[in-house]
Design a protein around this ligand. Structure first.
Ligand SMILES: Nc1ncnc2c1ncn2[C@@H]1O[C@H](COP(=O)(O)OP(=O)(O)OP(=O)(O)O)[C@@H](O)[C@H]1O
Ligand SMILES: [Mg+2]
Length: 285
C-alpha cells in the first residue's frame, strides 16, 4: 500500500464518514496530505505524497538523506513558506481545513505547530524566558504565566532539573536539557501537534533515551511527527512509519517519493515493498 489513507470510506447513518484502521473518523484525523509536491527553484524535491496523520500517535518519517523528510515535515507547519524558492503544491488538510488556504495566517500556524530540530536551538535568554516566549508573543498579558512555564517544563521532564535556576541562561544547559527545553517551549503554546526533525541525533544515548521516554509520555495528549535516521528509534517509538526514498530520473534529477506507509510493526516486520525491506535491513540508503 502506498500512502493509502487510514481506512476505507463507509456509509454510516446516511452520511459519508471514514472508518479508519484505528477506528477514527475523518474529522479526527489531524493531517490529510494529498498529492503533495514541494519544489525548490521549480525542481521537484519530493512528490506524490499522500498520507494521513492520526491523533495521539507518533508517526515516523524515515528514508535516505535527500529523500525529502525535512521538506515534508516543514509542509506541516508552513515552514517552507520561509524558504526562498520553495513552492508547495497539493493539499495539506489540518483538522479538515486547507492549511494553505489564503485566509490561513501562516505565522499563527507556525506558532501553533511547534517544531523541534536536530540541534537544540534555545534562545540566548533565561530558561524561563524561553518557555514564556510563545505565550508572550501570542497574548498581551499571558495569565498565570509562571504556572504555565512550570507546567510545560514538567511535561517536558525538565522541571526538577531547572526549577532552582529558571533565571539562568538556557545555553548553560546540557544538549539533552536544551532539547527538552525546546520541547517545553513548543508545549507552552498548547499545540496539538509537535514536529520533530531528528530531535535526538545530536545527543548521547542517555539523553536520547530520555527524549524517547518523553515522546511516549507526550503522545497521550499530542500528535507527534518525527523524522529520524535511527531505525531502531523509529521502531521503538512510533505507531506508524512512512518510508521515503529518492528516485533518480534518466536525466539525473532526484526526487523523493513515499514508498510505503503503514503501522510500524508492518514496516519493520513485513513491508510490502522490496525497497522498504532493503532500507530497513541496511541494504541501501
Ligand atoms: N532550501 C532548499 N533549497 C533548495 N533545495 C533544497 C532546500 N532544502 C532541501 N532541498 C533539496 O530537497 C531535497 C530534499 O531535502 P531534505 O532536506 O528535505 O531531505 P532529507 O530527507 O531531510 O535529508 P537528510 O536526511 O539529509 O536531512 C534535497 O535534494 C535537497 O537538496
Ligand atoms: Mg532532513
Amino acid at each position: 500500500m502506498t500512502g493509502s489513507p487510514l481506512g476505507a470510506a463507509v456509509e454510516q447513518d446516511g452520511a459519508m464518514t471514514v472508518a479508519t484502521a484505528s477506528g477514527l473518523t475523518t474529522s479526527e484525523i489531524v493531517y490529510r496530505v494529498n498529492d503533495l509536491e514541494v519544489r525548490y527553484g521549480g525542481e521537484p524535491a519530493v512528490t506524490d505524497l499522500t498520507l494521513d496523520i492520526a491523533p495521539r500517535e507518533i508517526t515516523a518519517i524515515i528514508g535516505p538523506s535527500g529523500s525529502g523528510k525535512s521538506t515534508f515535515l516543514r509542509c506541516l507547519n508552513r515552514m517552507n513558506d520561509l524558504v526562498s524558492g520553495a513552492e508547495v503544491v497539493g493539499r495539506v488538510e489540518y483538522h479538515g481545513h486547507d492549511l494553505y488556504a489564503p485566509e490561513v495566517d501562516a505565522v499563527e500556524v507556525r506558532r501553533r505547530i511547534g517544531m523541534v530540530f536536530q540541534q537544540p536551538n534555545p534562545f540566548p535568554k533565561s530558561i524561563y524566558d524561553n518557555v514564556a516566549f510563545g505565550p508572550r508573543l501570542r497574548e498581551r498579558r499571558p495569565a498565570g504565566l509562571a504556572d504555565r512555564v512550570e507546567a510545560a517544563l514538567t511535561r517536558a521532564a525538565l522541571w526538577d532539573e531547572v526549577k532552582d535556576k529558571l533565571k539562568s541562561n538556557a545555553l548553560s544547559l546540557s544538549g539533552g536539557q536544551q532539547q527538552r527545553l525546546c520541547i517545553a517551549r513548543a508545549l507552552a503554546v498548547e499545540p496539538d501537534v509537535i514536529l520533530m526533525d531528528e530531535p535526538a541525533s545530536a545527543l548521547d544515548p542517555i539523553a536520547t533515551a530520555r527524549i524517547e521516554d518523553l515522546m511516549a509520555e507526550l503522545k497521550r495528549d499530542y500528535t507527534i511527527v518525527i523524522v529520524t535516521h535511527n531505525m531502531q528509534q523509529a521502531a521503538r517509538v512510533s505507531d506508524r512509519t512512512a518510508f521515503l526514498t529518492t528516485d533518480v530520473s534518466p536525466g539525473g534529477g532526484r526526487v523523493g517519493r513515499l514508498v510505503e506507509f503503514d503501522s510500524t510493526d508492518v514496516i519493520f516486520t513485513a513491508p510490502s515493498d522490496a525497497r522498504t525491506e532493503g532500507y530497513i535491513t541496511g541494504r541501501y540508503g
